[in-house]
Write a protein that binds this ligand. Structure first.
Ligand code: URA
Length: 209
């Protein structure tokens, strides 16, 4: 049931290394997160079903494949999840977006919800939750809890970096939700940061540190 896909594509790995570097500018970090978002969208949609349809090319009629099955919703967890969004929407422009506002209480590290807005038909769609840093996994677990409460049954989680503790906790609660990540790092530190990681993704993306 539990599925963890580590995306080893050289472009993803190269861009992740650039993002880890402390010298990277806010602008550079944001651009790279967007680019990696696009590459991860390619991976997470790799097995989407296709159907054959009749079309007319300028030269001849033919049968050609077209996406079938459930339509997509991207569900970024605010703030950092937004960094993936543009790249993903560039690849799947017809997708809808569900925004999930959660912050980490700095004392308890628990996720506190402050915003939730999803398309009315979210339960009929394939929902791809976006959370670049799967650290304690409290936010990702809370987001998926909330989406399941709304009736969503088919979900996937895309992150950039994961801690082993985060993968364990997430799959301990939601073993049916597969994870895609560019890397699984060593561990979490006592402040809930991924080590070696890349720091606070939201701060690096928005220049707020
Ligand atoms: N969130 C981040 O942005 N970075 C971490 O290392 C952990 C959580």
């Amino acid at each position: 049931m539990r599925q963890l896909h580590v995306v080893k594509h050289p472009l993803v790995q190269h861009k992740l290394t650039l993002m880890r570097q402390e010298v990277r500018s806010t602008q550079g970090f944001r651009r790279l997160l967007n680019e990696v978002g696009m590459l991860l969208a390619y991976e997470v949609t790799r097995d989407l079903p296709l159907e054959q349809v009749e079309i007319e090319t300028p030269l001849a009629p033919m049968k050609a494949p077209r996406l079938a099955g459930k339509k997509l919703v991207f569900a970024p967890i605010l703030r950092a999840g937004v960094g993936f969004l543009d790249g993903m929407l560039d690849l799947v422009p017809s997708a809808r977006v569900a925004h999930i506002g959660l912050y980490r209480d700095p004392q308890t590290l628990q996720a506190v919800e402050y915003y939730f807005k999803a398309p009315p038909d979210v339960a009929e769609r394939l929902v791809i939750v976006l959370d670049p840093m799967l650290a304690t996994a409290n936010s990702a677990v809370a987001a998926v809890d909330r989406l399941k409460e709304r009736g969503c049954r088919e979900l996937r989680l895309v992150c950039l970096l994961a801690a082993p503790e985060g993968v364990e906790r997430f799959h301990g609660t939601h073993p049916d939700v597969p994870i895609w990540t560019a890397a699984v790092d060593e561990r979490l530190n006592e402040h809930g940061y991924i080590v070696p990681g890349l720091g606070d993704a939201g701060d690096r993306m928005f220049g707020t540190r």
